[in-house]
Design a protein around this ligand. Structure first.
Ligand SMILES: O=C(O)c1ccc[n+]([C@@H]2O[C@H](COP(=O)([O-])O)[C@@H](O)[C@H]2O)c1
Ligand SMILES: Cc1cc2nc[nH]c2cc1C
Length: 358
């Protein structure tokens, strides 16, 4: 855990250091003896090594993968920082539940259980019937009806932030399996993610800010001006907990809790795009050993994601120019994790197949 105390400290789990040089060596030896030139499976080999280290075995098996899509609204959206209106947040949640969104299709394709969490959408979803088997389910863990406008004060109070982080931990504690895939939905949340990146990296807001859902160049310039105001308003943030409360969102804080819990339970965390990576950035600032459990699915087309990945020393698996969020990139990268495990489990060695080594 990070040494400095902050208001989230009482809610932070112990996350053990996974370093096990002997296991790493055995995994590397196994990979080097598979019937291929040394290193020829490229990044799939480092992925296999990481999955083995996370799950603490030479034969990692991925069980019951869970896609968690956290949704919320943002007060900052009223400042015109998005190309779309806030109502799209709840409308897309309905689309997730009806099975028609990109993440719905990809989760179905790959047999990923889909849980959508209302962390603070400005809409009442009302009582829901039990979902059909295989359909997405909605969990209502609403902290409030969207955050406050961060250009006027903190996006959320410390109490609200703590509640969201706690709820993220509880939601994951109630999920089966050993892999958590991260997704999100929230009009305005690229602004929150850009602010968190600017705070964590110390870089100018302009370098951390992109088009989000599709602003044009003048739109991005207006967004940057608003976000610069926000940073000026919150110049005295001392730690990552304060930064999350002042600049973040309810879905971001819930995701931070989800990542912390998954890491504490030694689950594999498959990170999606710009917003879920911002949640991981904060989770790692709070508890650095979380980083060891994170696999980065892709590099988003959103400006700033490359910087975020650089900050985390992460090499993403895919680069498809995706800029959707929802967990779509994580769902697309999922079969690579399955392949990495199968390579370890099922590929013949030079000895077992009778193939000559160099
Ligand atoms: O994950 C990404 O890389 C990503 C990049 C751009 C946009 N998004 C999605 O777009 C929404 C936020 O965009 P915006 O312009 O409203 O801030 C939110 O619902 C995200 O899921 C997501
Ligand atoms: C339509 C739409 C779908 C989305 N999915 C994630 N963010 C989104 C933003 C919009 C605007």
């Amino acid at each position: 855990m990070s040494d400095a105390l902050n208001f989230l400290t009482p809610c932070l789990p112990e996350v053990a250091d996974l370093s096990d040089p002997a296991l790493s060596q055995r995994l590397q030896h196994l990979l080097d003896n598979k019937t291929k030139p040394v290193g020829a499976l490229g990044q799939l080999e480092s992925l296999a090594l990481q999955l083995g280290q996370i799950l603490g075995t030479e034969a990692p098996q991925l069980r019951s993968p869970q896609m968690l899509v956290c949704a919320a609204d943002h007060g900052l959206a009223a400042r015109g920082v998005s190309a779309y209106p806030s109502d799209v947040t709840w409308q897309m949640v309905e689309n997730f539940l009806a099975g028609g969104a990109a993440v719905s299709v990809l989760a179905r394709q790959h047999g990923l259980a889909l849980t959508v969490v209302d962390c603070g959408v400005r809409h009442d979803f009302g009582p829901r019937p039990e979902p059909a088997p295989g359909a997405a389910r909605l969990l209502v863990r609403k902290v409030g009806p969207g955050t406050a406008d961060a250009s006027l004060g903190p996006a959320m109070s410390e109490a609200e932030c703590l509640q969201a982080v706690r709820q993220g931990r509880e939601v994951v504690a109630g999920l089966p399996g050993n892999v958590l895939l991260l997704g999100e939905m929230g009009i305005g949340n690229t602004s929150a993610a850009s602010l968190l990146l600017a705070w964590c990296s110390g870089r100018p807001v302009a370098e951390c800010t992109g088009r989000g859902t599709g602003l044009d160049e003048p739109g991005v310039a207006r967004k940057v001006a608003v976000l610069e105001q926000v940073m000026a308003r919150h110049a005295a943030l001392r730690d990552p907990a304060q930064a999350l409360a002042a600049l973040g969102g309810f879905e971001l804080a819930t995701l931070v809790g989800a990542v912390l819990q998954a890491a504490a339970e030694r689950r594999v965390v498959l990170v999606d795009g710009f917003i879920t990576t911002a949640a991981v950035l904060i989770a790692c600032a709070l508890v650095p050993t979380v980083r060891q459990r994170c696999v980065f699915a892709h590099q988003s087309g959103e400006r700033g994601h490359a910087l975020m990945l650089q900050q985390l020393e992460a090499r993403p698996l895919l680069s498809l120019g995706l800029r959707l969020g929802e967990g779509s990139g994580a769902a697309l990268a999922w079969p690579l994790l399955q392949s990495a495990c199968l390579v370890l489990a099922e590929m013949a060695s030079f000895a077992s197949a009778g193939v000559s080594q160099a």
